[in-house]
Ligand binder design. Structure first.
Ligand code: ATR
Length: 274
């Protein structure tokens, strides 16, 4: 029987997930389809019952439902539980709804696709301590990264993540700026100014090591001000598009037990965004 999947969110019309998953279905000869569904906050419970009733095999969850969907699910995987947020739902063979969070792992897959997996001993700095930073921190730890610092404008939020992670240290943005030369992988995970497309963090990269690897979670624009500045100083950069594609690929694998081709998808979407 044809399988079907969806993404629910509000707004939803700009989501690139339908194009991405439908392209993978086509490339891999999988008899399935993926549709965007606009679900307002007050419609969430009804939407989940309807998806279940109508036999959706799984779906993605985006803003603003990632946290509020949890009470309507039967089970959560470990990372989703730690994050208190779900971006992927799987309908199991027993008909149960299981929630996953593939965002943080998506980031790690993207980073390691770009730089390999031999950098797990390096000193990592995550800038930001919101939901995205939190997911990345837990996923990095799960993949064996040992030295993780978190810098945030509100240091209490960075401390809260570090206490839960049980490794690393929390610093403020000024300390991060002053000790930047001690970090080998730097991840921009704040949402500062996302709404207007590009932004400038109140954070100078002056002390960046030229051999550092600098990543951003933002993919529109592909080259953020942060990445541009890092590149000018000689660093190797990883943009946020890989994280988006890999979070989708991990969801795809939960649903269909196969990992789709992320490289060609990144190329395809890069052309669109450049
Ligand atoms: P998300 O779920 O996308 O991570 P969030 O939970 O709202 O979004 O977190 C936003 C992050 O961006 C936080 O780390 C926030 O810093 P604070 O915790 O101090 O608020 C950071 N951020 C947003 N705007 C910022 C700005 N102008 N300067 C520095 N940090 C900023």
């Amino acid at each position: 029987m044809k399988k079907w999947f969806a993404v629910i969110g509000d707004p939803i019309e700009h989501s690139k997930s339908p194009e991405m998953h439908n392209t993978w279905f086509e490339e891999m000869n999988i008899d399935a389809t993926y549709i965007p569904i606009h679900v307002k906050p007050e419609q969430l419970e009804e939407a989940v019952s309807s998806l279940k009733l109508l036999g959706a095999n799984g779906w993605n969850v985006t803003i603003p439902h990632k946290e509020t969907i949890i009470p309507f699910l039967d089970e959560l995987d470990e990372l989703a539980e730690k994050m208190g947020a779900v971006n992927t739902v799987v309908r199991t063979e027993q008909g149960k709804l299981k929630g996953y969070n593939t965002d943080g792992k998506g980031f790690v897959h993207s980073l390691e696709e770009a730089i390999g997996n031999q950098h797990r001993e390096k000193q990592v700095l995550i800038v930001g301590a919101g939901g995205a930073a939190r997911g990345i921190a837990f996923a990095l730890k799960q993949y064996g990264y040992k030295n993780i610092s978190i810098a945030n404008r509100t240091i209490g939020k960075a401390e809260a993540i570090i206490n839960e992670l049980e490794i690393g240290s929390a610093i403020n943005l000024l300390q991060a700026e002053q000790t930047l030369d001690s970090f080998e992988i730097i991840i921009q995970a704040t949402s500062a100014g996302l709404a207007n497309g590009d932004f400038q963090l109140p954070f100078s990269l002056e002390k960046l090591q030229p051999e550092a690897i600098v990543a951003d979670i933002v993919y529109n624009p592909l080259k953020t001000y942060f990445l541009n500045s890092a590149e000018k100083l000689g660093a190797r950069t990883v943009n946020g598009l890989g994280m988006f594609v890999h979070q989708g690929a991990i969801a795809f694998e939960h649903w269909l037990k196969q990992y789709p081709n992320t490289n060609s998808m990144i190329k395809r979407l890069t052309e669109r965004l450049e």
